[in-house]
Every structure is written in C-alpha cells, then in structure tokens.
Ligand binder design. Structure first.
Ligand code: GLC
Length: 694
C-alpha cells in the first residue's frame, strides 16, 4: 500500500512516472496524522522535520549512492549533489540524491521523500533510537509504502518510478578508461594490449582530452583527424568508444553551442537576467538550463554530432553541476585577497586566506544566484539543485529516443536523482584506490538497486590515488558481477591498465569470468529491470527469518541463484563467509579452471588466492555460463556450462534478446533450463543451447 502526503507547494520532480495517479493528502500543519512519523516545522524558513522512533534492532536500507554500510543506521546523510572527490567515512553527501529508504524491524516501511532541494537523513546519528528526516524549505511529497516483504516494498516503489534504463548488451563487457588518453594511438595501445594478451574488452572511454579545449560536442582535429574512421577502426576490433560530455558549455565566441545557447536564452540566468558564469574544466562556462524543456531538447540534440560519427555510448559528467568557482564570488575573493597582499599573515589571517581559496569550489551560496525556467516558473537553482544531473541525462535519453528510436545507446551519469534511472545508469564518481572503497562499492549496490539504478558501477581499481596489482585484482573480482564494469583512474595517478602489472594471466582469468558469467548476469539484470526487482540484494532480503543474515555487510545475493563474498582486505588469502543455508561453492580462476564443494550452512573460513573468485550457488539453483570470449559479441549462447546445486530438480529461466532493441518483453526472451536429479538437462524456449553440467 502506498500513502502520499503533500507538504507545502512542492515542485514536480517527475521522479514518479505518474505522480497524479496516487491520491495524496495535504499536510498544512504539524500534528496532522502522518503514520509512523511525528512531523514538525523547524528552522526560520520553516523546513519540515519528520521523526520516527526505532527499535533496538531496526535496520535501514537504501539511500542509493552513499557512504557507509548496507545498513545505513548510525550516520547522517545529505541529499545535496556534490562534487567531492574524497569519499571518506566522515562525509555526508556524494553526487547523488536517492531519497528512498526502507526501515525494517519493529515495523517495516518504505519511505520516499520526493524533494529536489537538500534533504538530511539523520539515521540514529543524533540519537541512536531516532530517525529524523529534515527537508529544506520548499514543499515536498512524502510517500510511505507498507505491506509485504522488503523485496515487495521495493518492487512497489520501483513500480511507481518506472522501468530502469537498459543499456545495449555490449555495455556489459569490460571497459578500460583513464583520464589522460590523449590521442588515437593511446587508445590503439589499450586495445592492442588487451587483444594481444587475450584479456576481454568491449569499450574504451574517452575523457575530456578528446575534445577541443574541453568544449562539448567537439573533437580535437589534431589528435583525432578523422574521427568517424577511427570509430570504425575500433568497431572493426569490436571495441566501442565512449566519450564524456560535461555539463558546462565553454564561453567562447565562434563556438556554435555557446552562441546558439546564448541567442536562444538556453543558459541559466541570474537575478539580473544575465547568464551565470562558473568555472569548470573548459574555464568559464554557462550551464544549460536542463530543466527548461526547450533548452533540454536543444542540448539533447547536440549528441547527434557524435552519434552521426558512429558513437553509441556516452557518460555525462560534472552535472551536480560541479563548480570550481562562481565568477562573481571569485571576484569578491580576489578583492579580499588584495587586502591581505603584502601583509604578514598571522595565524588567523592565514586561515582566512586559506578558507577563501578552498571555499571557492561547490560553494552553496553560488547555487542560490541562478535560476531555471521550469514548467513556466522561475525557480532558484538551490530549490531544484538535485534535479540537474537527472535532467541533463534526461536531455540525452529523450534525444536518443528521437534520434535512435530502435537502438539502445549507452548512457550513464555522475549526478542523479530518482527518475533519472529511466534514462541512464550511473557511476559512483571519484572514489580512490583504497581497500575501504572496494568494500564501499559492494555496500552501495543494493541501495542503488532499490532506487532504480541497476546499470551502475564504481571506478574499478579506484580513481584517485595509486592502485596496486592486488587491489585491482580484488576489485575486479567484485567488478565482474557489476553491470557497469569499468576500470577508470585519474591523471597523475599510477597507471592501472592490467598490462602495467605483472600477472596478465590472472587478469585474463578474472576478466574472462565476466564473459563466462554473462549469460547469467545479463539475464538477471534484464529480469530485474523488467520486473522492478533488485539484482543485488542484502542477504536479509532473501533470508528474512535469519537474524545472522541481517548483520552481513560484505556479501551479496546476485540475482536468484547466487551469493558472492569478495575479498576486500590487503594481503588476505581468504575470508570468513556466512552461509544462511547449504550452498555449493565454486572457486574459479577463469572459465576453464574451477573446483566446487558443498558447504553446510553456517560460518566458514574460505580460502581465495589473489586470482580466485568465490561464487556460491544456492540449493535448487542453476547458473548458466558461457565458454567466455574476448568481447560480448563473441559470447556463444549455443553452448552453456551450468553451475548447479541440484539434488532433486533445478530450473533456470534464462533471458536473452538481441541486446540492442529498446522494446523488449520478458516472455519473449525466456529459455527454461531444467536440471534433473539424474543430471539430465532439458531446455525449452527461445534458445536451444547444448548444456554441460560443471
Ligand atoms: C571528473 C570525473 C572523472 C573524470 C574527470 C575528468 O572528476 O568524475 O571521472 O575523469 O572529471 O574529466
């Protein structure tokens, strides 16, 4: 059951597919009966506070992209899309605003706070037994979902927010990225090394250096003299190039995107009707008003420039929108610095100077100085801040529907809000090459799925800081299960392409497993997308009666039949794993090297060498694998190997399609694979694969 409460005069976010279809009740003042919560007005400008008392053992799941554990209890989080590259435990905000959570314990309820402004989630931070949601001034809509299991509540939520974005199948292959590939030869080298060593690869990402002066929708002619030909050269080697698009449009006379945007009034303006100027990679930029329907359509149409040259995938970046500085404030800072210049700095003035300079980036006050034209209204940016990345990605998604109606185009974004999940996936931004971030990657996955983000992933190996071979291997051992499997790193850090390290055979084995597991992973992804389910689940969602499962923070269920338990600690040669039921463990070094053993329910220490992946198959389940391949296109579905833990009977419903069409239906893609106790296999449906039990 879904209940809806309207506070004040909320701005329509279009997080829901059809928010009008749910009857709501207006809340005018505190004390009006909102189930579960005590609501009160707080603060001068009247922000709302919703408080709920928690039981000792209540768990909170959700909030999508966020730091800390699968269970979010015990910290305070903010939805306020922020470009902050150092995701330490003490942070409160990242790039996304995913305001859905689920409380499970004394009572079970799902909560969605549909508010495009800043929202704070105090989940037992101020008081251990209290959950308090504070919504900044401006209206909002509160949805409360009740009844059924945690998984059912999530499905109900996913039902109202609409179907998750589905990428082309090639986007499930391994992608290599690095900020710093400057020219054709840099990219050729990546492809050559992967192909030469037989390490899988489907895509190479192009960071801002492919552009001319970091101008969106341009290609540097010196470094990529014949871009369509180069795109084709890569396609001939079964590699897709995926360029980045940034939110800010460079201010430069003669640059058509800038000139047209100014002429049509498509950029965000200040109070005085002049365009807001910010500083990002290209230097001075204007921000397209992604919330304005016309501007959005115009910005979306720009992707045609690259689509026409053979590009079929993009990543949208810097769309919180990130601000290195706001120009007006920068002028103020320079003025103040002038006052200090020539002076001897005492400790106070030293810190004042430091704060002036460090306070330039992402300054909240700057977000209050420009406006959007949204649904016929002029809205100050901070009131809708969390929608910007969503609407940029929507601009692209809507344009792809117009320009390429029948073909899936890869799209994922850095900033996001619930609703964006219909138009693209996301990556989790600038993490670091830290072991703690490998664990954080795992812990984010169920929350992301709950909020509709299925096609998502972290920079494998870590973006900032220097990666080591063992960290990268271990990270890939998680990454092979994650839909967006991309190794990305920052300029200035240690190179982290596999060939920079010694053991190519280990990388070949691990990355090869991704292609081996593709039949299962693609199928589970598609089933989750088409039925509104999760692909990555906390153990407690599958074993709700098991109190120990509820406490597991470093293992996940992947789809119906599998559990994973990656190693995420330096120098560990194994780990403790909790099995809620008997499972069959497959220890794998590659598609052709695996051993299995049945383990009883309970706690185990399980060995896992640096080049070994642990896959646990549930009783009565079957997990289809392919023979592998060096790219998605080469994965052969006519011959499957079946991981299985079957004593009486096991069935797997394998989904498959052409990997390109947008209009897909679950029923049309199913092949039923039946494994009997006597080890015979029968298949029925779309495909007729040869099957071998392993
Ligand atoms: C941002 C992105 C990162 C990218 C860099 C340069 O930091 O998050 O992925 O490499 O910008 O474009």
């Amino acid at each position: 059951m879904i209940r809806k409460f309207i506070f004040g005069n909320p701005i329509e976010t279009e997080a829901l597919v059809d928010s009008q279809s749910i009857q709501g009740m207006s809340v005018e003042k505190p004390g009006q009966g909102i189930p579960h919560f005590a609501a009160r007005l707080a603060g001068e400008e009247s922000s709302w506070e919703l408080a709920l008392d928690m039981g000792e053992r209540d768990i909170i799941y959700g909030l999508g992209e966020n730091i800390r554990g699968i269970n979010k209890r015990g910290w305070i989080y903010e939805s306020n899309c922020t470009d902050d590259p150092v995701h330490t435990e003490g942070r409160r905000e990242l790039y996304a605003a995913h305001n859905f959570f689920l409380v499970d314990g004394r009572e079970r309820l799902g909560v969605f706070v549909d508010a495009p402004q800043k929202v704070t989630f105090d989940f037992g931070y101020s008081r251990r037994d209290r959950l308090v949601v504070t919504v900044d001034p401006g209206g909002f809509v509160l949805y409360i979902l009740e009844g059924g299991s945690s998984r059912q509540i999530v499905r109900e939520f996913r039902g109202i927010i609409g179907r998750s974005y589905i990428p082309p199948r090639w986007a499930f292959g391994y992608g290599q990225s690095r900020w710093g590939y400057m020219c054709e030869d840099d990219i050729r080298q990546v492809v050559r090394e992967h192909r030469k060593k037989g390490v899988g690869l489907d895509s190479v990402y192009m960071d801002i250096d492919y552009m001319e002066d970091y101008k969106d929708f341009t290609v540097n002619q010196e470094r990529f003299p014949d871009f369509p030909r180069f795109v084709q050269e890569m396609r001939d080697q079964k590699v897709h190039l995926v360029p980045i698009i940034d939110a800010g449009v460079k201010i430069q006379e003669g640059y058509p995107v800038y000139e047209e945007g100014v002429k049509e009034g498509y950029f965000c303006k200040k109070e005085d009707q002049t365009e807001f100027v910010g500083g990002v990679w290209p230097g001075r930029v204007h921000f397209p008003d992604m919330l304005n329907e016309k501007a959005r359509a115009w910005f979306g149409d720009q992707y045609k420039f690259l689509l026409d040259q053979g590009i079929d995938g993009f990543w949208n970046d810097m769309n919180e929108p990130a601000l290195f500085y706001g120009e007006d404030h920068l002028a103020e800072v320079f003025e103040k610095l002038e006052e200090y210049s020539g002076q001897e700095l005492d400790i106070q003035s030293f810190f004042a100077v430091k704060d002036l300079v460090l306070g330039l980036a992402g300054r909240k006050e700057d977000y209050r100085t420009f406006y959007h034209e949204y649904r016929g209204q002029r809205v100050r940016h901070d009131r809708v801040h969390n929608l910007y990345g969503y609407y940029m990605t929507r601009a692209a998604g809507e344009a792809f529907d117009r320009l390429k109606p029948d073909k899936r185009i890869l799209m994922f974004s850095r900033a996001s809000y619930v609703g964006m999940h219909r138009y693209g996936g996301l990556w989790t931004g600038d993490n670091c090459s830290w072991w703690s971030h490998l664990l954080m990657n795992l812990q984010m996955l169920p929350g992301l799925n709950m909020c509709g983000f299925l096609y998502s992933g972290a920079d494998l190996g870590g973006f900032g800081d220097d990666a080591t071979e063992d960290l990268l291997l271990r990270w890939l051992e998680l990454g092979i299960f994650v839909p967006l499997m991309r190794n990305h790193s920052a300029k200035g850090t240690r190179r982290q392409e596999f060939y920079g390290f010694d053991h190519a055979e280990d990388f070949r084995g691990i990355i090869g497993l991704r292609y081996g597991l593709l039949p299962y992973l693609y199928s589970e992804f598609m089933k989750a997308a088409l039925t509104g389910d999760m692909m990555f689940l906390p153990l407690s969602f599958v074993y709700p009666e098991d109190p120990e499962a509820a406490g597991v923070e470093d293992q996940l269920m992947v789809g119906d039949g599998m559990m994973i338990a990656p190693v995420y600690r330096q120098n560990a040669r194994g780990r403790y794993v909790y099995l809620p039921e008997d499972m069959k463990l497959y220890r794998m070094r590659g598609v052709d090297s695996l051993e299995s053993q049945v383990l009883p329910a309970g706690h185990h220490y399980v060995r896992a060498e640096l080049n070994e992946v642990l896959v646990f198959v549930r009783r009565g389940h079957v997990v289809p694998m392919s023979e592998g391949g060096c790219c998605v296109e080469d994965v052969d579905m006519s011959s499957l190997r079946l991981l299985h833990f079957v004593e009486t009977e096991g069935v797997y419903e394998l989904y498959y399609d052409d990997g390109e069409r947008k209009d897909v239906r679950l029923e049309e893609g199913i092949t039923r694979i039946l494994v009997r106790a006597d080890k015979t296999v029968e298949t029925e449906g779309l495909l007729s694969p040869r099957c071998q039990l392993i």
